[in-house]
Design a protein around this ligand. Structure first.
Ligand code: GSH
Length: 236
């Protein structure tokens, strides 16, 4: 069976997994999860991911996999011939895995204090402290990533990889949190603009925005969370 990716809206980090699926070009389906709805917290999706986060993947063999890095490495392992991912045990794999880890633990996490304020508010002093801390972390993560990227065209060098897909879904969060001017990080700005022109990125935006989306060929259509659940929980 084709894999099913559960992606979260609005603006989930699952965006990178959609772009990855498009780049890899193999058949897949997408299942939309509205992250602000009550059923996301308490409904059937919790069977897929007990911690109630997106992305999640039902793999081709029917296993459920969560966590972006695990999903991207799973997808990449089936397509090492594409140059977008690499076989474990190679230096290229280690470099990709290291970059995914930085993006997941440092770049993604730097936004956590800011998301907390955005979603939960708090008294003025607490909000100000979290904003200051989050702003510091996001600026540091941007400065570090800008240095790592240098004048390379893509995060790993002269060829794009699944790390570039994952990067963009996180980098766009500065649209919500006005703590950096991307123009101050010229290498990141260049990568961001380059990715925004990519057909798979345009596809992923269209999917999130529920607009007509032009797939490179792998996308077999959407499936509801309830129908996707039946694949892994026949009595659902
Ligand atoms: N460690 C997880 C984090 C996933 C995560 O935090 N997903 C967010 C969207 S980017 C989410 O589902 N948030 C919903 C919520 O926390 O209620 C991963 O890397 O996949």
């Amino acid at each position: 069976m084709e894999p099913i990716l559960f992606y979260g809206v609005p603006s989930g980090c699952s965006f990178g997994s959609i772009v990855a699926l498009e780049w890899l070009g193999k058949p897949y389906r997408l299942s939309r999860v509205e992250m602000i709805k009550e059923d996301f917290m308490s409904g059937g999706y919790r069977f897929i991911n007990p911690v109630g986060e997106t992305p999640a993947l039902i793999t081709g063999s029917g296993a459920v996999l969560t966590e972006s890095i695990a999903i991207l490495n799973h997808l990449g392992a089936e397509s090492t011939d594409t140059g977008l991912a690499f076989a474990q045990g190679t230096e290229e794999f280690d470099k990709l895995n290291r970059m995914l880890a930085f993006l997941n633990t440092s770049f993604f996490s730097s936004f956590a204090p800011l998301w907390y304020v955005y979603e939960h508010g708090g008294d003025e002093a607490a909000k100000a402290a979290l904003r200051e801390y989050g702003g510091f972390k996001v600026r540091k993560a941007h400065a570090d990533l800008d240095r790592m990227l240098g004048d390379k065209q893509w995060l790993l060098g002269d060829r794009k990889s699944l790390a570039d897909a994952y990067f963009l879904g996180i980098a766009r969060w500065t649209d919500y949190h006005d703590v950096v001017d991307r123009a101050d990080y010229p290498n990141i700005e260049r990568l961001y603009r380059q990715l925004e022109e990519d057909p798979a990125v345009k596809f992923a935006h269209a999917i999130e925005d529920e607009k007509p989306a032009q797939s490179a060929g792998g996308y077999l259509g959407g499936i509801s969370v309830d129908d996707a659940l039946k694949r892994v929980r026949p009595n659902a």
